[in-house]
Design a protein around this ligand. Sequence first.
Ligand SMILES: [Zn+2]
Length: 416
Amino acid sequence: MKGKRIRFAVAAALLVAAVLLALDMILMPDQRLWPFAAAAAAFAAGLAAAGRILNGKKAAPAVEAKKTAPPAGAAPQAAGRPAAKPAAAAPAPAAGDAAPRPRHFPDPMEIAERKYGTAVLEALAAEDRREAAARREKLDLGPADVIGIDGWTVRVQTAPVLFSPELYMRQTEATAVPASAEDAPALRLVADGKELAVYRIEPAPGESFKGKFFHMSARIYMQGDRQHPAAMAPCIQIDGFFSDSADPAARMGSAPAYRMEAVFAGGRIAAVRREMLRGMDLVQKGLRYPGIITPGNVRYIGLCPDCGKSFAFRSYNFPMMQEYPAYSDDGMDVCGIPRGFPGAPERAVEIGGRRFWSYNAFRCPRCGAPYVDYHTYPQLMGDGVYALVHLGREVVRFPEDAKQKMYDSITARRKP
Ligand SMILES: [Zn+2]
């Protein structure tokens, strides 16, 4: 809006300059109006320059904006019908340098505070605590009731956690080794007597978990930091690996391992926190831990924010391969675009008749809802980003001949 107002002011100042100049030259030659006309023109030029600076600042996508724009250079994307012009999968003249991407990672708690205001969150948290106190008393809940595993069901009681958050800033853990009677066992999470999530642990093609033992661990803790005390909520994280042996001392090694998306439980603040995870990336969803390497055999089970169903996927570290991940328009596949490819990662690329773009979302395979939304949160597509691949699908390869052509053109440019 600011840009529009500035353009209007520039036009008005130019008009004043023109009128003054005309009056000076034609009608009132003895009035010496031309210095005023020059001043108005200079004012217009100054305004135009200021407008450019302001707009330049605005081009960087910020979380503060209600609807985050993709970085400058990236074409706008209409809902469901992205409009970015695909580049042919061959070296093309560079479409300008890649716009600098913001380094600031979206913080779900910060966003929650901005959206609802601290006072509202504090009121909701107080309500949660009141209900927790009543539950705790009625059911006579103690620390022993906080978390337990019963076959393929994890049960938690959030009342003791909400009642003494300081105690539960540290994790409380339960472990178990259930045997699977199915190819793809389902793990249930029940919080305060209500089913909160069902994780279907899908095997890779050709695999089966029937007769295998799942060495699992489930943790509950008060998630949050002291900067946002009102947005803190009990959080449950579950992971494990499959083994032929039920021996609790069995080691993971390279066995298939699964990490479930973390779930918030315990009332109104938990609902706000769950809502805030929509479109966020693996770190915020408790699937990856910053600064800790995730072994290659770890797979993830995500929960769709729309249909609520679970799905399995894996991640690959593309930057190690000097590539940017780009997702297909349907959000089902990912391709690595080589670093140095003209316009990457802001430009879309067409491969095998399909369009791939770094600011497309990685989507739920059941209903198509965005799961990690690089369009809403373009800052997630920063350095250190990894590619997400649905289990059973492969990374789409960037055509080798196009890659070679690109390297040849770079080498040709470097020659003296
Ligand atoms: Zn879905």
